[in-house]
Design a protein. Structure first.
Length: 168
């Protein structure tokens, strides 16, 4: 019996080496004794998503006249990778409208962009157009992003309110 060994890989990472284990050898034979080694294959690729996981790993094609060979499939599990979403720091003048809140992304893989996320993060701040310099800086937070390929963490940014000229 040739059993495809279970494997795990991170989303976006290369496929691991596919291996098999064997049972039923006699006379001191090992897998190296087979006339033809089995072929191990999976439908997973480096770009396979967590959502389709686990993917089958199959063994086939082994040949040896001394053995009747059977196969047991294994599975390849794709694990999510870390993604950090950082709220970008912003500055505004006292009394001015809030600037557009933006974020930076660290950890996107596989050609993904921030727009690839299933649910985009929400960016918010406690500051308003009327927020004073005295309470500055105000936190900018990111939250609510969703994507099964990523384990998402957040880093807050700050909104600094600057004083404006006053002529008396």
């Amino acid at each position: 019996t040739s059993t495809a060994n279970d494997q795990t890989k991170a989303y976006g990472a290369a496929l691991p080496a596919l291996t098999a284990s064997y049972s039923g050898f006699v006379n001191g034979d090992t897998s190296a004794s087979l006339t033809t080694q089995p072929t191990l294959a999976t439908t997973a690729t480096a770009s396979s998503h967590v959502a389709g996981s686990p993917y089958a790993i199959t063994a086939s094609g082994a040949v040896d006249t001394d053995y009747t060979i059977s196969y047991v499939a294994g599975k390849l599990t794709v694990a999510p990778v870390s993604l950090t979403i950082t709220a970008d720091d912003k500055t505004k003048a006292y009394g001015a409208a809030l600037p557009a809140l933006t974020a930076s992304y660290t950890g996107l893989v596989n050609g993904d962009a921030s727009a690839s996320l299933t649910t985009q993060p929400t960016l918010s701040t406690t500051a308003t157009a009327a927020s004073h310099v005295a309470g500055s800086p105000y936190p900018i937070t990111a939250s609510g992003a969703v994507d099964t390929d990523y384990t998402i963490t957040y880093v807050a940014g700050t909104l600094t309110v600057t004083s404006v000229p006053l002529t008396i």
